[in-house]
Design a protein around this ligand. Sequence first.
Ligand SMILES: Cc1cc2nc3c(=O)[nH]c(=O)nc-3n(C[C@H](O)[C@H](O)[C@H](O)COP(=O)(O)O)c2cc1C
Length: 359
Amino acid sequence: MTRHLFDPVALGPLALPNRIVMAPMTRNRASASHLPTPIMAAYYAQRAEAGLLITEGTAPTPSGCGYARIPGLWSEEQVAAWRVVTDAVHDRGGRIAVQLMHTGRVGHPDNQPPGARLLAPSAVPLDATVRTAAGPLPCPTPLAMTEAQIEAALDGFAQAARNARAAGFDLVELHGANGYLIEQFLAPCTNQRTDRWGGDLPGRARFAIEVARRVGEAIGADRVGMRLSPLGVVNRIRPWPGVPSDYAWLAEQLGGLDLATLHLVDHRDLGGAPVPSRVARKLRRAFSGAFILSGGYDRARADADLAADKGDLVAFGRAFLANPDLVERLRRDAPLNVPDHATFYSGEERGYLDYPTLS
Ligand SMILES: Cc1cc2nc3c(=O)[nH]c(=O)nc-3n(C[C@H](O)[C@H](O)[C@H](O)COP(=O)(O)O)c2cc1C
């Protein structure tokens, strides 16, 4: 049966009215102490017509929080503040997943809550700067995680997932893409460990699989997904020979855990190369749950890829950021507002709540 963007679809325990997903996008509008703010509730509620909203990357633990003004999900205060966001979305008939993002070596101690440490699989610094209150600063060398710190990070993901459910989130997406902690374990350039968390593929993938398993046990695997970026180079990840078969193997393992979704990142319009279609196909075939496509989509390409069975859902990033009524615009094939890059990561309400709707 041919799929269309506006077909309803079941996703885990959810019934989605369409196959349109809002891609996760960091917007740095949380408070300095990493609490979701009321403007975030308004922003997501504006976009509640999506089949599924996925939030910006959200830190599961203080040490997973390397950026300024991103939200967290480790404290009761954060759960209460997120409840305002999920209520606003549900009141408008929407569904919302939180993306759990542990930044690992990406970040700066100035951005971290008290007591947090910059942790990574190995002490390999990211050769880049990160924004801080004092301006851009180089990322310091992270601490190579001890076994106890790995355990604490895994427990932190599971607890954050429980917190997500307590805050009213429908699903949890684990950020396994874009050079953050889970991908730092997967990639040989950032994982130089010689213990069971490194080395061969099962070693390097152990953290990703273990996070998925524990979060699945915590809240039910049918409410859990993972985002992956095979061949991605964000945050200086260097693709390695064997990426396609390694990721297909990982996709199969995640399917074996009965995860609800696998979300493929493609940064073709953001300075990256497109994911070759044979690689995307390999992952789709290997994974038994719902497959989410993303990266540079418009309505025509989304419908064509759904009809060709390349995926089950399509995520829109910048188009959704700039068009609160994106679903209606796609339905009518109406022109889209252009995103303003200057306000992606700053600006409070400006470039956040003030993009015009058609009406
Ligand atoms: C401002 C901005 C912030 C982003 N933050 C995240 C993030 O927190 N987590 C993530 O997985 N991807 C993030 N991305 C990537 C998007 O989810 C998406 O993959 C990318 O924008 C390509 O899709 P598009 O061509 O539809 O915009 C971000 C992209 C933008 C533009």
